[in-house]
Design a protein around this ligand. Structure first.
Ligand code: ZLM
Ligand code: CA
Ligand code: ZN
Length: 414
C-alpha cells in the first residue's frame, strides 16, 4: 500500500481509417459516408481522441474474410467493379438470387447489382471500403485479445446482414461474424447484442448452431404499412420472438429476438433492454461482448421507425459496459447523419467516461451548418428526437416479450 491511486478507468481504443469516407453507394442511396465524417468531426471537436488510443486501421486480407465467407464470394468481391461486373456475372451466373417480388432492380451474383437503385450496388471504391471497415473490426478485436484495450470501438463496422455467400441490406462483408470468430479463440462465450432497428440476421444465422455465441437483437418487426394492400414486412423480415436458434443443435435457445412495433419510446425500450440483457448476462455469463450500436433506432431516422433519444440509445452501452468484460463496440445503420454523429460521439464519451457539454463545439467542427437550425438540432448534442412515429407499443406487449425471453433463458445455465 504505497498510497498511489490508480485511476479507475477503462482503456479505450478507436479503430478507423478515414479512407472509408471515400465510399459512395450512389447519390440517393440512404447509406452515406458523410455520417462517418460528421462523427469524426464531433469526436475530435470534443477532444475525445486524447482519452483513447487511436489506430489507423489497415484493410483486412482476403484470407481473414474467408474465415467466414465463401471463397468464390470473396474472389468476386475483390475483383468486381462497375466496369468488370458484366464480365464477372457470366462466370457466376448460377449464384444469382431471385429478385424481390415486385422490385424492379435486377440482381446479379451474390445479390450484388450494378443498379444504383439496389440495396447492395457495386460502386467504384467498394473494395477499399469493405476491406477497411472489416480491417478496423479485426484490429479492434486484436486490441481486446492482446489486453491493450478494455473497450475497442469501430464506428465504420457493424454490418450485420451479410451472409456467408451473399450481400444483403447494404452489408457485403460481415465484420461482426469475423470479429466474433476471432474472439472465440480467446474466450469461451461471446455475447452479441444488436440495437440497430433492423434484425441482426447475418450474425444470428452464422452462430445459430453454437452454444458459445449467444445473439440478442432488438428490432422493428411486422408489417410496415397496415393500410396498404401490399403487406411488406420490415426488412429483413426475420427475428420473430419464437426464433431462438437452431432447434436441432446445441445452439437451441442461444438466440434471443425482441421484435418491436413502431414508435417505441425511451422508457419502453430501456425497460426491454435492461430486463432482457440483464437476465442474459446472469445466465450466459459472457467472457466478451460485442455491441452493435446501429443508430437507425433513433427518432427521426430516415429508415427507422423508433422514437429513441440519444441518451436512451447510449444507456444501452452504459448498461453493457457495467458487465466489466472486454467490449467491442460497432456502428451499423443510421440514416440521419447529424444524429448518427451525435449518438456515436455521446457513446464514445460514455466508453471513455467523459461528460460532454450540451453545446456542440461549433467553433471547431468543420461543418457546423449540419447541426444548426431548428430542424437540425440547434447546435445541441441532445436535441429532442422522439415522437416522429405514432407509438403502437403497449405495456402488455412489453411484458410478453420479457416473459418469453426469460423463459428461454431458463435453458441456459453456466
Ligand atoms: N429495394 N436508393 C438496413 C438495410 C435495409 C428490400 C426494398 C431497393 C431501402 C432503400 C437504395 C437510390 C442496416 C428492403 C428496397 C430500393 C428490395 C431497405 C437505393 C431507398 C433507396 O433511394 C434508394 C435509388 C435504396 C434502399 C431505400 N432498402 C430501405 N430499406 C432494406 C434494406 C441496413 O441498417 O441494418 C445495417 C447497415 N431493403 O427493404 C427491398 C426489400 C430492394
Ligand atoms: Ca437489431
Ligand atoms: Zn439498420
Amino acid at each position: 500500500e504505497n498510497g498511489i491511486e490508480r485511476p479507475q478507468g477503462y482503456n479505450v481504443s478507436y479503430h478507423y481509417n478515414r479512407r472509408v469516407e471515400n465510399m459512395h453507394f450512389g447519390r440517393t442511396h440512404p447509406m452515406k459516408p458523410w455520417r462517418l465524417t460528421l462523427t469524426k468531426h464531433l469526436v475530435m471537436g470534443y477532444g475525445l481522441q486524447f482519452a483513447m488510443d487511436n489506430y489507423d486501421a489497415l484493410p483486412a486480407t482476403k484470407e481473414t474474410v474467408a474465415a467466414f465467407h465463401d471463397e468464390d464470394y470473396v474472389d468476386f468481391l475483390s475483383k468486381v467493379s462497375p466496369q468488370t461486373f458484366q464480365e464477372l456475372s457470366l462466370i457466376y451466373e448460377d449464384r444469382t438470387p431471385q429478385s424481390y417480388p415486385g422490385d424492379m432492380v435486377k440482381l446479379g451474383p451474390f445479390n450484388l447489382s450494378p443498379s444504383p437503385g439496389a440495396d447492395c450496388p457495386v460502386f467504384d471504391g467498394m473494395q477499399e471500403y469493405l476491406f477497411l471497415y472489416t480491417g478496423a473490426t479485426m484490429e479492434a478485436v486484436s486490441a481486446l485479445t492482446n489486453h491493450q484495450s478494455d473497450i475497442a470501438i469501430n464506428w465504420s463496422g457493424g454490418l450485420h446482414h451479410a451472409h456467408k455467400s451473399e450481400a444483403s441490406g447494404f452489408c457485403y462483408i460481415n465484420d461482426i461474424v469475423l470479429g466474433i470468430l476471432e474472439l472465440l479463440r480467446c474466450h469461451q462465450r461471446v455475447l452479441y447484442i444488436d440495437i440497430d432497428v433492423h434484425h441482426g440476421d447475418g450474425v444470428e444465422e452464422a452462430f445459430a448452431s453454437s452454444d458459445r455465441v449467444m445473439t440478442l437483437s432488438f428490432h422493428r418487426y411486422g408489417i410496415i404499412d397496415e393500410d396498404s394492400k401490399e403487406k411488406h414486412l420490415f426488412f429483413p423480415g426475420t427475428g420473430a420472438l419464437n426464433s431462438n436458434g437452431n432447434e436441432n443443435s446445441i445452439g437451441n435457445h442461444f438466440a434471443l429476438n425482441v421484435p418491436i412495433p413502431k414508435g417505441i419510446d425511451d422508457e419502453q425500450f430501456l425497460y426491454l433492454f435492461e430486463m432482457i440483457t440483464g437476465r442474459t448476462l446472469e445466465h450466459f455469463r459472457p467472457q466478451a461482448i460485442v455491441l452493435q450500436c446501429g443508430a437507425d433506432s433513433l427518432g427521426g431516422d430516415r429508415l427507422g421507425q423508433f422514437n429513441l433519444n440519444i441518451r436512451a440509445h447510449g444507456e444501452c452501452l452504459a448498461f453493457v459496459k457495467k458487465a466489466g468484460v472486454p467490449l467491442l463496440i460497432l456502428g451499423g445503420g443510421g440514416y440521419t447523419a447529424r444524429n448518427v454523429a451525435r449518438a456515436w460521439t455521446h457513446e464514445t464519451a460514455l466508453a471513455v467516461g467523459a461528460t460532454l457539454n450540451e453545446e456542440l463545439p461549433m467553433h471547431i467542427v468543420p461543418r457546423p451548418q449540419a447541426f444548426m437550425g431548428k430542424d437540425h438540432g440547434d447546435g445541441k448534442l441532445y436535441p429532442e428526437l422522439a415522437g416522429f412515429h405514432k407509438n403502437n407499443v403497449t405495456q402488455k406487449e412489453l411484458d410478453l416479450l420479457v416473459e418469453h425471453c426469460h423463459e428461454e433463458l431458463r435453458y441456459i445455465q453456466h
